[in-house]
Design a protein around this ligand. Structure first.
Ligand code: SAM
Length: 693
């Protein structure tokens, strides 16, 4: 019981007050109401998480901070009569009961309305009535209201709700022409026909479905203005599928997919970015490994950079290039999601790299690097260990400065929260000064071993950028996303510089990082990504490849930090690019259920014409929630502007988690094959697989 009270108190202090919500009545109301009684019992222990949570009927209970923000903006007095549209769990309705004289809450789903009513009653809020119905039409019998809170995203402000506001009344409502993204508006009625409005910033709510909201059944999925164009009828889909089938290069299996034409299209590009539409699909790992091995063996690519932590990947790089080993503070890739790099498919690829490198001169070997901004603790360890070897005095200085992160280094998220709440100091100066200390001695340090210096300097950069990243997470998801992708881009540039003027690189990351963000909904929200930055810097010298699938299984978790599960991927939404690809497969000669689809002009005029309209696209990350898929995993994109090529595999399987080997080279090359020849990846699996660490 005390644990729950503590969690609730800390939710109010750290998630709400620390972010600037100061209305004492709101804070008290949230401190008094048991939020765990408003979520399904199986996730009661997550009730005080800093996030929206899934509830019944595929809906959500809003993030506590957003609830606090909306309630404060509504300026509710004890004498007010208030309305909530979108009662969901009943949590906000119950809070309103504590703040106002009377509250009406309307919920569209009958079963949810009944549950919300029971939950509100169970906490003793007798001044709250929950009704089932279409809340966009308000409650004419109880109007006017002193405050109206709409807890779902509307395409426009419903005129009926405006009319039901009392003079001086406040309407707090998320509004956006995009079904998955809104601005949180506060509209105050200042006269009979006068309304003032201001914005509280960008939010993401489930859609408000009703007469003055979005149409049910996804008919307005996409945007209001684009709805008729985005909505794809059966006939249009057939035509688009036919064009795709005519323009694609089908293949039968990952192992036999012909790569010559793709390698020719890539031509002289300096950077090839290869995406994935999930973080847990075996076929994506295996085919991008085959493509990469072809680029390494045939086109002289010498850098492979992946969406992984720098120090952990550096440990693998040391193995595959036979550089001196160096210990990690935390086991390699032990941070969630462990399966992303500790898997059988990855073992096969790094085994191949190790064998290929074996007979090559150091400058010709392929290196493997992590682009991501995470991995704070291992990066701190890498910097100190390096300095201890080359300059013990500087190591001592670095140790003192990095002590700022102790005891948070294993849990930077908690640290950032504490900084936001004013309970811990930032470590910005300490991180930057350590990086400077290294860079100032660049010439001296790198004389003996330029690779080791480069490793340490990048690790120090990660510490400095991670420090900023974790703090930014508490300010805005856009800021932290952009910081992360800029860091990936700058790491890539540093790698190209380090490996020499003719270095060419392959990047592996999720589609949402490598597909040009400006061609997707992300761009509209002010987010960019490494794909966009690379495109802007390298133009046609960059080749962006996306991957997609319709159905099958995927390795993913249900929540952040939760265990990996093998989940079933739902067949793609009917308004998505994926559905078009799936239908195109039916038009291919059997048994092909996969293809390469060139999208770059001038290779694909007909396909570009057909696909150059925004449609839905699916992104499954390390978390997959099929039950709320449309809202949580689909976004709008224009495929031919996002990628130069799209690779489709209709049905796919989850990756297989596995431990990475301590040494790849001893794992022996398959007999009779020259080390490092380009081979189908499958052939490289050693008999002793999987290795122990
Ligand atoms: N305040 C709620 C909470 O914290 O649990 C938020 C619930 S959820 C974000 C939004 C709810 O709005 C969903 O339960 C959805 O069914 C409901 N909804 C959507 N359109 C609606 C409408 N026109 N009328 C009433 N409820 C609606």
């Amino acid at each position: 019981m005390t644990a729950v009270l503590d969690a609730r108190r800390s939710m109010v202090e750290q998630q709400i007050r620390a972010r600037g919500i100061a209305d004492q009545r709101v804070l008290d109301a949230m401190r008094a109401l048991p939020r765990e009684r408003f979520v399904p019992s199986r996730i009661a222990d997550l009730a005080y998480e800093d996030a929206p949570l899934p509830i019944e009927e595929g809906q959500t209970i809003s993030q506590p901070y957003i609830v606090g923000l909306m309630l404060e903006a509504a300026r509710i007095k004890p004498t007010d009569r208030v309305l909530e549209v979108g009662a969901g769990s009943g949590y906000v309705a119950a809070l309103l009961g504590g703040l106002a004289k009377e509250a009406i809450a309307i919920e569209r789903h009958a079963s949810l309305a009944a549950l919300a009513a029971a939950r509100v009653e169970a906490v003793g809020r007798s001044n709250v009535t929950v009704r089932q119905g279409d809340g966009t039409l308000g409650a004419p019998d109880k109007a006017p209201f002193d405050a109206i809170i709409v807890s779902a995203g509307a395409p426009e402000v419903p005129p009926t709700l405006l009319a039901q506001l009392a003079e001086g009344g406040r309407l707090v409502i998320p509004v956006g022409h995009d079904v998955r993204s809104q601005e949180l508006l506060v509209i105050e009625r200042t006269g009979e026909h006068r309304y003032d409005r201001r914005s509280l910033g960008h939010v993401q709510f489930v859609p408000l479905i009703g007469t003055e909201g979005w149409a049910a059944g996804g008919a307005h999925v996409g945007t209001h203005r684009a709805a008729p164009a985005v909505r794809i009828g059966h006939h249009d889909r057939q035509a688009a599928a036919r064009t795709i089938a005519d323009g694609c290069e089908p293949f039968e299996s990952i192992e036999r997919a012909p790569l010559d034409a793709l390698v020719a299209r890539i031509g002289h590009a300096r950077i090839v970015l290869i995406g994935e539409s999930t973080h847990g699909t075996s076929e994506f790992y295996r085919l991008r490994a085959r493509i990469t091995s072809a680029l390494v063996a045939r086109a002289g690519f010498r850098v492979v950079a992946i969406e992984a932590d720098w120090p952990d990947t550096a440990a693998i790089d040391r193995m595959i290039r036979k550089r001196p080993a160096s210990a990690l503070r935390e086991a390699m890739f032990s941070r969630f999601p462990t399966w992303m790099w500790r898997n059988r498919e990855m073992c096969e690829f790094i085994g191949w790299l190790a064998r290929r490198n074996e007979t090559l001169e150091p400058a010709a070997k392929t290196s493997l690097h992590g682009l991501d901004v995470y991995g704070l603790n291992n990066s701190i360890g890498a910097v100190i260990d390096y300095l201890a070897r080359v300059d013990p005095f500087a190591a001592e200085q670095a140790r003192e400065r990095y002590a700022c992160f102790t005891p948070w280094e294993r849990d930077p998220v908690t640290w950032a929260r504490a900084v936001t709440a004013g309970l811990a100091a930032t470590c910005e100066t300490e991180a930057i000064s350590t990086l400077k200390l290294l860079l100032e001695e660049r010439l001296r340090y790198s004389r003996d071993d330029a690779d080791a210096f480069f490793d340490a300097a990048r690790a120090a950069t990660v510490v400095s950028e991670a420090e900023k990243y974790y703090r930014a997470m508490y300010r805005s998801s856009r800021e932290s996303w952009n910081l992360r992708d800029r860091h990936m881009f700058e790491t890539l540039l540093a790698l190209l510089e380090h490996r020499g003027p003719d270095a060419r690189a392959v990047v592996w990351a999720h589609n949402s990082h490598v597909g040009n963000a400006s061609a997707t909904e992300m761009g509209t929200h002010g987010e960019f990504n490494i794909g966009q930055l690379v495109r802007e810097r390298f133009g046609n010298q960059a080749y962006l490849i996306g991957f997609g699938t319709d159905r099958g299984t995927v390795a993913a978790a249900s929540n952040w930090d939760a265990p990996m599960e093998v989940k079933t991927v739902r067949p793609a939404h009917e308004d998505s690019y994926e559905r078009l690809m799936h239908e195109a497969c039916r038009l291919l000669p059997s048994p092909s259920k996969a293809f390469f689809l060139p999208l770059r002009a001038p290779h694909a005029p007909a396909v570009r014409r057909e696909l150059m309209h925004a449609r839905l696209e699916r992104a499954i990350g390390v978390v997959y929630r099929p039950e709320t898929e449309l809202v949580s995993h689909y976004f709008e994109a224009t495929l031919p502007a996002q990628f130069d090529e799209y690779i489709w595999i209709d049905e796919t399987k989850a990756i297989e988690p596995a431990e990475l080997p301590a040494s790849f080279v001893e794992a022996s090359s398959p007999a009779g094959r020259p080390a490092g020849a380009e081979v189908p990846i499958k052939d490289t699996v050693p008999d002793t697989y999987p290795f122990g660490l």
